[in-house]
Design a protein around this ligand. Sequence first.
Ligand SMILES: C[S@@+](CC[C@H](N)C(=O)[O-])C[C@H]1O[C@@H](n2cnc3c(N)ncnc32)[C@H](O)[C@@H]1O
Length: 277
Amino acid sequence: MEHGSCEISSELYSENDYKCDAGPTVNQKNVVSRFRFSLPPESVVDSDGDLVVPRKHSKPTETFIDLEHSQSTNLDLVGLQVWRGSLLLADWLLCHSSSLPEDDYVLELAGGVGLATIVTSMFRPVICTDVNRGEIFDVIRANCARNNHLTARPVEVIELDFQEAILPSKITSLLPKVSTIVAADVIYDDTLTDAFVETLGKLLAVPPKRRAYVALEKRYVFTVADRDCVAPCYDYFLGRLDKLENVIAEQVEIDFPQYFRYDRVKELVLWRISSKF
Ligand SMILES: C[S@@+](CC[C@H](N)C(=O)[O-])C[C@H]1O[C@@H](n2cnc3c(N)ncnc32)[C@H](O)[C@@H]1O
């Protein structure tokens, strides 16, 4: 995250051409970016870019997601931007969609403007959650509608604030049908990390067993105390994860194909955290 006074802007926008002619519908100050990606060979789109019946042995096909988002925000509203971790997560989802249980829901935590949710909905029903700040829920819904050429499976949009002690009733009622939880770029503030890990622990403790995939970008800073570049938010997350009971946490190799266009920098990491009971 680049800090300029109080405004923060995702590094993503400058590293590729995401230009798109479409305009925003929720807020005229927003922009719309086009995220092009190739589809794994077993997925197919027609000439309009619509997802059609999966077919085996076909060649990779290109399609796109158009997303309305803010170009820069303050720290409270970073969910209105698109972050690199969500593209890593989207790549993982495209690569592993067929291994996710057929009719189970994928639950996305802190879904931002909906990129990973829209990718998931190409293959599986999905619940997109975030904290209700700014116009985030209007933007998620508008982005799902804008990309209805891809969203083949239902998308539920539900508020889930990590700071709330009790999980929303809509989430607890759907939880038995959730086998996979995903989240991207939620590790940048230690108080939020505490709340996120606690929420994750609650979600993984409710039977049946499920797995969470957490994608993030380690953010390094140089400190005089350490006389080195360190990633304090990431280190804090690892410490919290270590204390989480009844889970197995493993780092996942990032050796799966890249379908989206972004810099897959070495700071990107993916963790799998599974229920253990
Ligand atoms: C850096 S953004 C990542 C957004 C999106 N996952 C992505 O990678 O593009 C951090 C996300 O955490 C969410 N968030 C912040 N505080 C939260 C809270 N208390 N409960 C749930 N989500 C929260 C933000 O709204 C935002 O969507």
